[in-house]
Design a protein around this ligand. Structure first.
Ligand code: FES
Ligand SMILES: [Fe+2]
Length: 447
């Protein structure tokens, strides 16, 4: 394959100008393997919240794509990302979700690593190896770079990646909707579960699918899951009515969709609305973001953030047809025990492994993934053309350029457009050179 053809290899599956995406990218094993290499081994990936590893020796066990990684705070105060695979036979050296450790000792032959990943102990080093082992070169493989944004810790395996700041770009404006609400810390405990389905269907839903809620979650709403009268909830999520809101597309495939609260919709008595009464927070957020009622966002590739419920969910790929979700709930450091419990309970009822909405969504992603494998329909692309050609970018107050519209499929198309850019680029320098900013993307997409 020549160089130009190889640069277009994945572009053929995504047609933003027609609003079409091939079913193949949701089930093909070869494409999935390429995603691990070109997206998950390259992008900045969310690891954990800083409050999960406050002290020297604290660690959490996380994933970067399929790679098991120990995120650990060393005695020098720095965070290190260590690939959880012993350099002897590859066994895992850490088998728990979180804790505090001075070292990680492999359960197979006992090699020991410190919290920087250096190999500090080899049983039989003198007696069996005759001191002929190059210990300094046998440390755990490290994540190339670790950085954080307002408490969210990210890592990348690629030393050529741009700064986290550049990678997130205008998405920081969106993330601040949550991160500026107060002094937030991760609730204790680890919640994770599996969902059958391709990880991109979850990302595509997170980035701004406000079309689905009243259909997908109709039964849960009628059952009173959102409280009060189910019919009122349904009316609020009415699927076929235009609603006021915004859609933000940010560099490298991130996106957000948020609706504005009408004065009578905000329950100022709820502890989760306390930030609306805090002038400091209001000043930080500015007049536009202060009006936001609820926002869903996806930090490319796989971090879902909900600013209303303060949930962070990473959807780790586990093959083309499966994902493992890890959820973190952020709570206010100063909130009462009762408020924290209320927030965690309500999050688990909504998004957890037994969450009413999570079950609804997971079932759809599972079936969509099955549908993507259809032999009879495989050449019929999926339709992402709602309001295609009708978007205009505008700035509201201090906002970055965004679309003043809530229900549309622009952010989803943007996700797949950027997916193809990641997949076709051979390296970060190539990706940066080829990357279309949203302003340029819309110039093409709207004409
Ligand atoms: S595999 Fe870890 S010590 Fe042998
Ligand atoms: Fe949903």
């Amino acid at each position: 394959m020549d160089a130009i053809a190889s640069r277009e290899k994945y572009r053929q599956y995504v047609k933003p100008e027609a609003g079409l995406v091939s079913r193949r990218i949701f089930h093909d094993e070869e494409i999935y393997r390429a995603e691990l290499d070109r997206i998950f081994k390259r992008a900045w990936l969310y690891l954990a919240h800083e409050s999960e590893v406050p002290d020297p020796g604290d660690f959490v066990h996380v994933y970067m794509g399929e790679e098991p990684v120990i995120l650990c705070r060393d005695r020098d105060g720095q965070l290190y990302g260590l690939v959880n695979s012993c350099r002897h036979r590859g066994n895992r050296v850490c088998r728990v979700d979180r804790g505090n450790a001075r070292s990680f000792v492999c359960s197979y032959h006992g090699w020991a690593y410190n919290t920087k990943g250096n190999l500090i102990g080899v049983p039989g080093k003198t007696e069996l190896y005759k001191d002929d082992i190059d210990q300094p070169s046998l440390g755990l493989v490290r994540v190339a770079r670790i950085d954080s944004y307002k408490g969210l810790v990210f890592g990348t395996f690629d030393p050529e990646a741009p700064s986290l700041e550049e990678f997130l770009g205008d998405m920081r404006w969106g993330l601040d909707l949550l991160l500026d609400q107060g002094d937030l810390v991760a609730a204790p405990g680890v919640v994770r579960w599996n969902i059958e389905g391709n990880w991109k269907f979850a990302a595509d839903n997170a980035i701004g699918d406000m079309y689905h809620a009243a259909w997908t979650h109709r039964s849960a709403m009628l059952a009173g899951h959102l409280g009060g009268n189910g019919a009122q909830s349904l009316a609020q999520y009415a699927p076929t009515r235009e609603q006021k809101g915004i859609t933000l597309l940010a560099a490298y495939g991130h996106g957000l969709n948020a609706d504005f609260a009408e004065a009578d919709e905000v329950d100022l008595g709820s502890p989760l609305a306390a930030w609306r009464l805090d002038p400091t927070v209001q000043a930080r957020l500015g007049p536009v973001r202060s009006r936001v009622q609820r926002s869903n966002m996806n930090v490319f590739p796989n971090l879902f953030v909900n600013s209303g419920s303060r949930d962070l969910m990473v959807r780790h790929p586990r093959g083309p047809g499966r994902m493992e979700v890890r959820k973190t709930v952020l709570v206010d450091r100063n909130a009462s025990e009762e408020t924290r419990r209320m927030q965690i309970r309500s999050s688990n009822r909504h998004f957890g492994p037994a969450g009413m909405f999570e079950q609804d969504d997971g079932e759809n992603w599972d079936q969509s993934t099955h549908g993507a494998r259809s032999l009879a329909a495989r050449d019929r692309d999926l339709h992402y053309a709602m309001k295609l050609g009708r978007a205009r970018l505008t700035r509201l107050g201090d906002s970055p350029p965004l679309i003043e519209d809530l229900v549309n499929e622009h952010a989803q198309l943007w996700l797949y457009h950027c997916w193809a850019e990641f997949m076709d680029a051979a390296s970060w320098p190539e990706l940066r050179a080829a990357h279309t900013q949203p302003t340029d993307y819309f110039r093409c997409a709207t004409t």
